[in-house]
Design a protein around this ligand. Structure first.
Ligand code: NAG
Ligand code: NAG
Length: 312
């Protein structure tokens, strides 16, 4: 329910500028690139070795407190990966330069004023167009990215999604909107052009314009409630799209309820669904010290610095 965008950022402008779009190209054939059967070559894996993060400074904040992000953890947990943080300008350049044949995409993006909506939409566009691993700026990886999907599955998997909410483990959420199972969208890994992301981009554009139409306004004038954010670009929308996509691929899955109480990764075609503790370290043994809980080791910890979306 909590989307991290940005929060308690305060430091030097120069540091923000240098971190804001630090792009490292993957070292294609260099000695740093993991090779061998454990780390298949880039040409053999659908999900590119690229990490994306987004930082839209809240109003009045010009600088990013480097100490409040985990950029160095992402880089050190992912040798040979590209790493990029997109701010407002980089985001606009990416969107304007990437979807010439679909003018409604850039039009939608530029009409969005709310940073939560923008950040949500941008992550789907990045993953759809470029692929890689997206994770919110206030998340920290706990396990090397090469180990998120078992080596034997790397050549097949095109989408890694985790549960954000599992009522069988978490209990029922206090707010009336949260379904019993919700898919997480603060961390997602995807192959470029993955059909679930293509569908999510379309769903999001339609859902945003639906809210604006209901208000008799243009999108740039529309006002989004908390629920409307969750339901048009946020986890409710993502949960809808992911569970529909899975249901179509596997007729035995009737919907998101089939993932209640998920204990180990479930594979559906090229999609893997991870149990709730994988991206929510508070449910797991973060350090992997307890051998009996080894398979419950978390991949990512989310610090929820962003606070509630509308306040960002
Ligand atoms: C998304 O919308 C575009 C433009 O309307 C369409 O061409 C494309 O087939 C749609 N993709 C999916 C996955 O629905
Ligand atoms: C949530 O969004 C979907 C897709 O736009 C829409 O069909 C549905 O009516 C929305 N739910 C509510 C309660 O507004």
């Amino acid at each position: 329910m909590w989307i991290a965008i940005a929060a308690t950022f305060c430091l030097l402008a120069s540091e923000f500028a240098s971190l804001q779009f630090r792009q490292q190209r993957p070292a294609a054939e260099s000695a740093e690139t993991p090779v061998g059967s454990i780390h298949p070559p880039a040409s053999e894996i659908p999900i590119p070795r690229q990490i994306w993060q987004i930082f839209f400074p809240p109003p009045g904040v010009k600088t990013l407190d480097k100490g409040s992000t985990y950029a160095s953890d992402w880089v050190s947990m992912a040798p040979g990966y590209g790493y990029a943080v997109l701010g407002n300008e980089e985001a606009a350049a990416f969107v304007d330069g990437s979807f010439a044949s679909r003018p409604e995409i850039a039009a939608t993006f530029h009409a969005l004023k709310n940073p939560a909506l923008k950040s949500d939409f941008l992550r789907y566009l990045l993953l759809w167009h470029r692929g890689g691993t997206y994770s919110d700026i206030d998340t920290r990886p706990l396990v090397p990215l090469e180990d998120w999907v078992p080596a034997g599955k790397r050549r097949e998997i095109g989408l890694v999604v985790g549960l954000e909410w599992d009522a069988a483990r978490d209990g029922h959420y206090a707010d009336p909107w949260t379904p019993d199972v919700q898919f997480c969208q603060w961390t997602i890994a995807a192959a470029p052009n993955h059909p679930v992301l293509a569908r999510m981009v379309n769903y999001t554009i339609a859902a945003l314009s639906y809210v604006a139409r209901q208000q008799g306004r243009t999108l740039d004038q529309a006002d989004f409630s908390d629920f409307q954010i969750l339901n048009s670009t946020g986890p409710l929308a993502w949960t809808d799209v992911v569970s529909e996509s899975i249901r179509e691929r596997d007729p035995q899955v009737s919907g998101f309820r089939d993932f209640l109480g998920l204990r180990s990764p479930r594979y559906i075609g090229d999609i893997v669904v991870l149990p709730v503790e994988k991206f929510r370290a508070e449910f797991a043994d973060e350090w992997g010290l307890n051998i009996w809980r080894k398979n419950r080791r978390a991949l990512v910890r989310h610090y929820y610095n962003g606070g509630w979306k509308r306040d960002d």
